[in-house]
Design a protein around this ligand. Structure first.
Ligand SMILES: Cc1ncc(COP(=O)(O)O)c(C=O)c1O
Length: 379
């Protein structure tokens, strides 16, 4: 650390210099991210609540109230009549809390979790941390977890089945209705990772798209991850975990002897009230109508891009359910690298040897058309 501090102006100038180097969503070159430009209301809320610590809730009753309301908005959207939960640091922490609840509730000696290959890599970290044995389940031809294989894998050590509503790589939604039936029949905890899809799927039906069921309407679903910092256009970090009801809360509770309340339920101790306020502000500013418009925008771009890619002769892997397009060229890795040289950020998915493009709220028709022009040259 420097011996003497800089002036405020100098600090700001240095910050601006560093910020200049960051890519900007608004430039329209970022097609690989599941985060986006935060809604203006989220930014204001974040600044206003930047000192609020929900790890010590007795000091911040206003923030506590906002968290209750934000969680209740999510619960309503996901048909969770008696559900409750928390705004946490992201999808990883949300999934961690779900797995902790499932493991502790089951109380078996050698716990196993069934993870279709569509599951997010956060579950690898979580299994390692919680000493859970990951049991991989195959995918079907549409890259969705295979219910018949999941069924075969259940045994006395199975503490949870993980389903994904919007895989990070393809936006594929597992057949959660069938997985729910299996979970109910075998008395196994079913967690749905809708970190990305949880704020898209609830709006698809009204827009005329196919919208698979994925939430608490399905009897077997015990918890759902849904992240405000992805399609919720909130500031980072903001994940969401919702449990069907209070059954599992005791399983994730920790005593907090010296704080204003004697227990907490999240993994992170000092917890951002700013993120909660930001998520709340987006929900209140947009309402269902605003979210529907945003999802409509992203899905229109997705359909447009997908059809144009096919017309250009690329192999589109699957008809998109969510706002993600995956496609192959003769050499998808090389194509991704060439796009990068031209300033475009798309992902290469080695497991599927494909290019992945996420159409987020910051993308526009002009951005997509410019990307297509470049693809036309490079194909
Ligand atoms: C489906 C899914 N689950 C979990 C995560 C992890 O979320 P985070 O990066 O917020 O921890 C992601 C991130 O993209 C995701 O797409």
């Amino acid at each position: 650390m420097r011996a003497k501090g800089l002036s405020r102006a100098e600090v700001l100038a240095r910050l601006k210099q560093a910020h200049e180097k960051d890519e900007k969503y608004a430039d329209g070159k970022i097609f690989c991210s599941m985060c986006t430009t935060p809604h203006p209301a989220a930014k204001e809320a974040h600044e206003l609540f930047c000192d609020a610590n929900l790890g010590d809730p007795g000091l911040f009753s206003g923030s506590v109230q906002l968290e209750k309301e934000a969680v209740s908005s999510l619960a309503e959207l996901l048909h969770g009549k008696s559900s409750f939960g928390f705004i946490v640091s992201g999808g990883t922490e949300a999934n961690l809390l779900a797995m902790l609840a499932a493991r502790n509730h089951a109380g078996v000696k050698e716990p196993e979790v069934i993870l279709p290959e569509s599951a997010h890599f956060s579950f690898n970290k979580i299994c390692s941390l919680l000493k859970l044995k990951p049991v991989p389940a195959h995918l079907d031809e549409a890259f969705r977890g295979s219910p018949s294989h999941v069924k075969q894998l259940i045994n006395k050590n199975t503490v949870a089945i993980v389903a994904t509503a919007g895989s990070a790589e393809l936006g594929a939604v597992d057949p959660i209705d069938r997985l729910s039936q299996i979970a109910v029949k075998h008395g196994v905890y079913l967690h749905v990772d809708a970190a990305f899809g949880g704020l898209v799927l609830p709006f698809l039906k009204e827009l005329g798209y196919v919208a698979p069921e994925f939430d608490f309407q399905l009897e077997g679903v015990q918890s759902v991850t849904v992240d405000p910092h992805k399609m919720g256009m909130s500031t980072i970090p903001a994940g969401g975990i919702l449990f069907r009801d209070s059954t599992y809360l005791e399983c994730i509770k920790t005593q907090t002897p010296y704080l204003t309340e004697d227990s907490q339920y999240t993994f992170v101790g000092t917890r951002s009230g700013a993120s909660v306020a930001a998520a709340w502000a987006v929900f209140e500013s947009l309402g269902r109508e605003g979210f529907q418009k945003t999802v409509h925008h992203c899905m229109e771009l997705t359909t447009f891009l997908s059809s144009k890619l096919e017309a250009l002769g690329f192999e589109v892997l699957l008809r998109p359910t969510l706002n993600i397009v995956a496609f192959r060229s003769a050499n998808s890795k090389l194509l991704t690298d060439k796009l990068r040289v031209r300033g475009w950020f798309v992902s290469y998915v080695p497991r599927l040897d494909c290019v992945r493009i996420v159409l987020m709220p910051h993308s526009t028709r002009q951005h997509v058309e410019a990307l297509l022009e470049c693809l036309k040259e490079l194909r």
